[in-house]
Write a protein that binds this ligand. Structure first.
Ligand code: AMP
Length: 187
């Protein structure tokens, strides 16, 4: 299957993305994780994006799009994949359509995790304490939620119009949400 998972910061897309990809036996392609790896290893790309990510802003479309185009062309992504955190802008969504068309592929579903604002704030605080991500401070988190609302939430309409949107209630424990995702994909 060719999937993407989206949701506001703290919705659990990383956790759920990993589990769904594992269950379906497809690679999870997380742009955030790819960036964090590049930052930790001080690559040229890492140095280029570190300040942007720490501020909770979006990496420029052209940079992310090149990264994803390259990753999707790898042999392990040919039978299927799950994109986590891409696309995040309408420009990226159009770009993904082009990349996939070029590879003679189509998306099967865009999973959107739905979580209310109060739960998001609570989860992000917990995650900041556990993971120590430099972009998880309270102020940056507020900014990332704003960025999601302005830049990324228009994708809900984009994918709804294409009949690909699968909205899943993201409240509850990890296994409950996971089961909801899997059963909505079967529908
Ligand atoms: P994530 O792990 O998905 O929350 O991503 C962490 C950070 O990486 C985001 O806050 C952005 O700064 C950057 N990032 C990840 N994916 C994208 C994307 N598709 N477009 C722009 N920036 C991204």
């Amino acid at each position: 299957m060719r999937l993407l998972i989206m949701g506001p910061p703290g919705a659990g897309k990383g956790t759920q993305g990993t589990k769904v990809a594992e269950e379906l036996g497809i690679p999870e392609i997380s742009t955030g994780a790819l960036f964090r790896w590049n930052i930790a290893n001080e690559t040229e790309l890492g140095l280029q994006v570190k300040a942007i990510i720490d501020a909770g802003d979006l990496v420029p479309d052209s940079v992310v799009e090149a990264l994803v185009a390259d990753r999707l062309a790898q042999p392990d992504a040919q039978p299927g994949f799950l994109l986590d955190g891409f696309p995040r802008t309408i420009h990226q969504a159009h770009d993904l359509e082009e990349i996939l068309a070029g590879l003679d592929m189509e998306l099967d579903a865009a999973i959107s995790l739905v979580v209310d604002a109060a739960t998001l704030a609570e989860r992000m605080k917990k995650r900041a304490a556990i993971e120590g991500r430099t972009d998880d401070t309270e102020e940056t988190m507020r900014h990332r939620i704003e960025v999601y609302e302005h830049e990324t939430s228009p994708l809900l309409t984009f994918y709804r119009e294409r009949g690909l949107l699968v909205e899943v209630d993201g409240l509850g424990d990890v296994d409950t949400v996971h089961d909801r995702i899997i059963s909505s994909l079967h529908k």
